[in-house]
Design a binder for this molecule. Structure first.
Ligand code: GLP
Length: 255
C-alpha cells in the first residue's frame, strides 16, 4: 500500500491544485494510453475537468484510446437529464471525445438494477479493471455513494442516500430534483483500482479528511477504507488539509 498526500498552497482560484490533478491523470495516460479512468461528479473536480479539456484541446494529453468508468449514479430520476451520466457527458465525455462505447455506464433504473450492477462488475473485471479512479469526498466521508455503514467488501449496488447527501445533491440541481436512491461502485470495487486520486478542496472538507486519513478504519467514515488501497494520491488544497496533523506516517509533499 502506498499513500501520498499532496497539498497545494492557498490560491484565489484552484489553478495549481487542478493542474496537479491533471498531472496525475496525464502520467497515468502516458504510461497506459488505453487506461480505464473512473470519474466522479460533484463540485470538487470541476476545475480538474476544465484543465483536462484544455490540455486535450491543445494536444497535451491524448485520450483517444482511454476508457471512462462511472463511479455513481442516481436511481429513477424523473428525466435522464438528472443523471450523473448527463453531468459527466457534458463535463468530460463529450468534450474529450469519449463516445458512449468507451464509457462504462451505471444503471439508472431500479428495474433490473441488481443484474445491471453485476454486469457492470463483470465487465470491469473482463476489461482488466480500473487504472485510475478519481474520487471526491462527501461531507460525511462517503466515496461514490458509499454512505456511512458501507462494508469494506461491498460491490456495485443500489443504496438509499442519507438525508444530508440527498440535500447536498439537490443543491447541484438548483432544488429541482432531490435523489433518494442511487447506484454506486462498492468500496471493494473502488479499492481494486490500481491507483486512486482523492480530491479535496475547501475548509468544509478539513475535518472529514482528517478523520479519513488519521482516524480508525471505520465503516462510519467510508473514505477511511482508502488506506487499504494499493496506491492512493490525496490532493488537498491548504484549506482542506488544515486539520491534518503536521506529522503523519505518509509521504507529504507541499506544492
Ligand atoms: C456526491 C457524489 C460524490 C462526490 C461527493 C462530493 O454526493 N456522489 O461522488 O465526490 O458527493 O461532492 P462535492 O465535490 O460537491 O463536495
Amino acid at each position: 500500500m502506498s499513500m501520498k498526500i499532496m497539498i497545494t498552497a492557498a490560491e484565489p482560484t484552484p489553478v495549481r491544485w487542478a493542474a496537479e490533478a491533471a498531472n496525475v491523470i496525464a502520467a497515468v495516460l502516458k504510461a497506459h494510453p488505453a487506461a480505464t479512468i473512473g470519474f466522479p461528479t460533484g463540485e470538487t473536480p470541476l476545475p480538474v475537468y476544465a484543465e483536462l479539456r484544455r490540455r486535450v484541446t491543445q494536444g497535451q494529453i491524448d485520450v483517444s484510446r482511454c476508457r471512462a468508468l462511472m463511479l455513481d449514479e442516481y436511481l429513477d430520476p424523473p428525466e435522464e437529464s438528472y443523471t450523473s451520466w448527463s453531468w459527466l457527458s457534458h463535463e468530460v465525455f463529450a468534450p474529450l471525445g469519449l463516445s458512449s462505447d468507451r464509457v462504462r455506464r451505471l444503471p439508472w433504473h431500479s428495474k433490473g438494477v441488481e443484474t445491471a450492477c453485476a454486469a457492470f462488475e463483470r465487465r470491469l473485471r473482463l476489461e482488466d479493471g480500473c487504472d485510475l479512479q478519481i474520487l471526491g469526498l462527501g461531507a460525511n466521508g462517503h466515496i461514490g455513494f458509499n454512505e456511512p455503514g458501507s462494508a469494506a467488501d461491498s460491490r456495485t449496488r443500489a443504496v438509499k442516500l442519507t438525508a444530508a447527501t440527498a440535500a447536498a445533491n439537490r443543491a447541484y440541481w438548483h432544488g429541482e430534483y432531490e435523489p433518494e436512491w442511487a447506484v454506486t461502485q462498492g468500496i471493494a470495487t473502488i479499492l481494486a483500482a490500481r491507483k486512486i486520486l482523492l480530491l479535496a478542496r475547501g475548509g468544509a472538507k478539513a475535518s472529514i479528511l482528517r478523520r479519513a486519513l488519521t482516524g480508525p478504519r471505520d465503516p462510519e467514515v467510508p473514505a477511511s477504507f482508502l488506506r487499504g488501497a494499493s496506491a492512493v494520491h490525496v490532493l488537498a488544497d491548504e484549506a482542506a488539509a488544515a486539520a491534518l496533523p503536521r506529522s503523519l506516517d505518509y509521504n507529504i509533499e507541499w506544492l
